[in-house]
Design a protein around this ligand. Structure first.
Ligand code: SAM
Length: 235
């Protein structure tokens, strides 16, 4: 089974021998791949909607994996018992939705060794949520598909002593990740546009917003320099 680049990157952060729960699985391609490749001895594939749940069942049946992958219909972690999964993957969902899923299931999270997350939006909120709930981000990855950047966060229980900016984290910068320069450039241009728009309106009540965006642009400059230094030391 061949995965898309995004799912293949996510799969690479699943330790061998883990029981994996893929929340919001849709077609269940990720759990099917992990079991077929012998990375996960068993898996749980869940989705909140019936159509993706049926697709997941179809994939699992087509690969004769019904004895190894449990396909479940339900909201977030409601359909998991504490301790059932070593690793929980939540990919392709918005950051706020992820937070809601986590907030409802502290018992399940307490017995999970690793989270592999790929938020479609609000990655800063997801990092902040992890930090506030005693998860450390131990690794991160970045990929681009169809001109869109995707960040992958790998978190394990424990206090994060190296946080960095919630939008960018520290791992991609420390690694001198080859795509990080492009991501920073894109964000710098986007925040620059926002700042121009705020200044054009020149309303006093949006002074605070202007200061926030200026601070963000300063952060991007600083992070860019750290990333360049890391790149130089790798070469
Ligand atoms: C864009 S798809 C992503 C599928 C797959 N995880 C991936 O990354 O390719 C998002 C899936 O999450 C499901 N979903 C959204 N909210 C959910 C929730 N609270 N609990 C379980 N599944 C959810 C949707 O039904 C949909 O099938």
């Amino acid at each position: 089974m061949k995965l898309t680049k995004r799912l293949a990157v996510i799969a690479s952060y699943i330790p061998d021998g883990s029981t994996v729960a893929d929340i919001g699985t849709d077609h269940a391609y990720l759990p099917a791949y992990l079991v077929l490749e012998g990375i996960a001895p068993k898996a749980i594939a869940t989705d909140i909607h019936n159509a993706p749940f049926q697709s997941a069942l179809k994939t699992v049946e087509a690969h004769c994996l019904l004895n190894k992958i449990s396909v479940r219909l339900g909201n977030g972690l409601d359909v998991l018992r504490p301790g059932e999964a070593d690793v929980i993957v939540v990919a392709g969902m918005g950051g706020r939705n992820m937070e809601e899923v986590f907030e409802k299931a502290p018992e399940v999270l307490r017995q999970t060794n690793r989270l592999v997350l790929q938020p479609m939006t609000a990655v800063d909120m997801v990092r902040q949520w992890l930090w506030n709930h005693n998860w450390q981000i131990v690794d991160e990855d970045l990929l681009r598909e169809d001109d869109k950047f995707y960040q992958v966060l790998v978190a394990e229980p424990g206090e994060d002593l190296h946080k960095g900016d919630p939008e960018f984290g520290v791992n991609l910068i420390k690694k001198g990740h080859p795509l990080m320069g492009e991501l920073l450039q894109k964000r710098e241009a986007q925040y620059g546009q926002v700042l121009n728009e705020i200044r054009r309106q020149a309303k006093t009540e949006i002074k605070e917003k202007e200061q926030q965006v200026e601070a963000k642009l300063m952060t991007i400059k600083r992070v860019k320099q750290q990333w360049l230094n890391a790149q130089k030391s790798i070469k």
